[in-house]
Design a protein around this ligand. Structure first.
Ligand code: NOJ
Length: 534
């Protein structure tokens, strides 16, 4: 393992949804040994860390995000020995391992919750948020679940309600209870002792709720009842900051570890407030991933994130995860990957850690399902307005053999029918494939200090086609020009860089090292052009 303590800054983090990556046990569900078998592929791609979506025992009400045991491996994914093997083999290849900790809530099948609901005086009762009905009867306050309906579930035997932001099978923990706090900090320790390199914290800014549980203020506008509330009292409470200090201290005592938080219902500024020296290394800001295909919107998202962080933490960027329609499905036209290449180039040349999501590198598209095939609770609840998140969780497309080489048996979700034409094996052999494009840019990012460590200056958009920015270290300047449109367009070098001689560092459409001698340059359809100052 390299001793580079800044691996999480220089490196690229690749999210794996374990159920869908590679099945070695012929049960239709991916597993840990499947991931281990594919480490050479990942090392060759050039990534530096894998983030595994939850691998712990779970009744799968929310596919792993309802954890029934934080310190064990779901038997469908393998054993602790398989995990140790995966860790060892990853480290051998300089790949760090990041686990997804879902500590805002447990499964209702977690032994803590089972105890908690036994009686009001059970020692575990206060480990969750239990409350008597309001004096008028009904739930204690107006809090709602983002997955639909009230956030409170009545337990007839206890005569009390418990609170859940997500499914009713995902009761929220009471982080104000000292024993809960201790038990959850022990979860970090358990995995750090085993040698993991970091964590992704699921909806961490939800851990604390206002101690009085007041009603949330109402809002006039919003699609769903959930959107017609100001979520003032169940998220983003100030108690989170000292807890983050404690978590960070704990992590730092184990060396060069990394913790990234998933912020829930948060602006870029508020997300940034959780990052820094004694807080999280990074947190997810969703503005870039939510941008429509408009240069102006991407430019704004990048500037906002840089400004919000104000240099106090290293940025990070992503366009995909297991909760959103894949970027290829959002932006690409049909099977053409031209826009996916522009996305890849942006992700891999911006200042900040790039997060990739499995299959992004081959431009996997979302599957579309009939109502009867939907598994995700969100899709079940909101169909047909929101078809849920199954679409982006389909099996990885390895080759054109049965089930895309993912499994020898029918997978838990259908494979995308385009797998015959879109798969890793095919793209490996095609020099101009999306996969090879990712590899080239990952390689460039590693080779050029300006691309992985340099400053970023976003240049004002000259037109609706070109996103442009400079990455600079004292020794190197790289100009990135991304054409978001199918039509070619002339780019005028802005005054501040017009006196510079630029050479082609990368383009699929022209010779490397070509010198640009004019004051302007013609950028071709959807071209990614990287120029380096001579
Ligand atoms: C955020 C996760 O990313 C999502 O998949 C999950 O449903 C909720 N948190 C609840 O854990």
């Amino acid at each position: 393992m390299s001793k580079n303590s800044l691996w999480w800054q220089n490196g690229i983090i690749y999210q794996i949804y374990p159920r869908s990556f590679m099945d070695t046990t012929a049960n239709g569900i991916g597993d840990l040994n499947g991931i281990t078998n594919k480490l050479d592929y990942l090392a060759d791609l050039g990534i530096d860390a894998i983030w595994l979506s939850p691998i712990f025992p779970s009744p799968d009400v929310d596919f792993g995000y309802d954890v029934a045991d934080y310190v064990a491996i779901d038997p469908r994914f393998g054993t602790m020995a398989d995990f140790n093997h995966l860790l060892k083999e990853s480290h051998k290849r300089n790949i760090h391992v990041i686990l997804d900790l879902v500590l805002n809530h447990t499964s209702d099948q977690h032994p803590w919750f089972k105890e908690s609901r036994k009686s009001r005086d059970n020692p575990y009762h206060d480990w969750y948020i239990w409350k008597d009905p309001s004096p008028r009867g009904g739930p204690p306050n107006n809090w709602l679940s983002i997955f639909g309906g009230s956030g409170w579930e009545f337990d007839a035997q206890l005569g009390q309600y418990y609170y859940h932001m997500f499914c009713k099978g995902q009761p929220d923990l009471n982080w104000r209870h000292p024993e809960v706090r201790e038990a959850l900090l022990n979860v970090f320790k358990f995995w750090l002792e085993r040698g993991v390199d970091g964590f992704r914290l699921d909806v961490f800014n939800m851990y604390f709720k206002h101690s009085e549980l007041p009603d949330n203020p109402k809002k006039l506008i919003g699609l769903r009842p959930f959107d017609r509330q100001v979520h003032k009292y169940e998220v983003s409470q100030p108690e989170m900051y000292p807890l983050l200090n404690e978590i960070r201290k704990l992590l730092d005592s184990y060396g060069s570890t990394f913790v990234v938080g998933e912020t829930f219902l948060s602006s870029p500024e508020h997300t940034a407030s959780y990052c820094g020296q004694d807080k999280l290394h990074a947190a997810f800001n969703f503005e870039l991933a939510k941008s429509p295909w408009k240069v102006k919107r991407f430019t704004r998202a990048i500037k906002n994130w840089e400004k919000a962080l104000e240099g106090r933490a290293w940025p990070n960027y992503f366009l995909n995860n297991h909760d959103m329609t894949r970027s290829s499905s959002r932006y690409c036209q049909d099977e053409d990957d031209a826009r996916a290449k522009v996305c890849a180039a942006m992700l891999l040349t911006l200042r900040g850690t790039p997060f990739m999501y499995y299959g992004e590198e081959i431009g996997m598209r979302d599957i579309s399902l009939k109502h009867s095939q939907i598994l995700d609770p969100v899709g079940k609840r909101y169909w047909p307005f929101n078809k849920g998140r199954d679409g982006c969780r389909a099996p990885m497309q390895w080759d054109d053999s049965v089930n895309a080489g993912f499994s020898s048996t029918a997978p838990w979700l259908p494979v995308h029918p385009d797998y015959i034409l879109r798969n890793v094996s095919k793209q490996k052999s095609e020099p101009s494939s999306l996969l090879n494009f990712y590899k080239q840019l990952i390689h460039l990012r590693k080779e050029h200090p300006a691309l992985n460590q340099g400053n970023l200056s976003v240049l004002d958009p000259q037109n609706k086609s070109i996103l442009s920015y400079l990455r600079q270290t004292p020794g190197e300047s790289i100009l990135i020009l991304l054409n978001f449109k199918q039509k070619q367009i002339t780019y005028q070098f802005p005054k501040q860089i017009a006196n510079q001689n630029w050479r082609v560092l990368f383009s699929e459409k022209r010779q490397a090292k070509e010198l640009c001698q004019e004051q302007s340059i013609l950028i071709l359809s959807y071209e990614t052009l990287l120029l380096v100052a001579d």
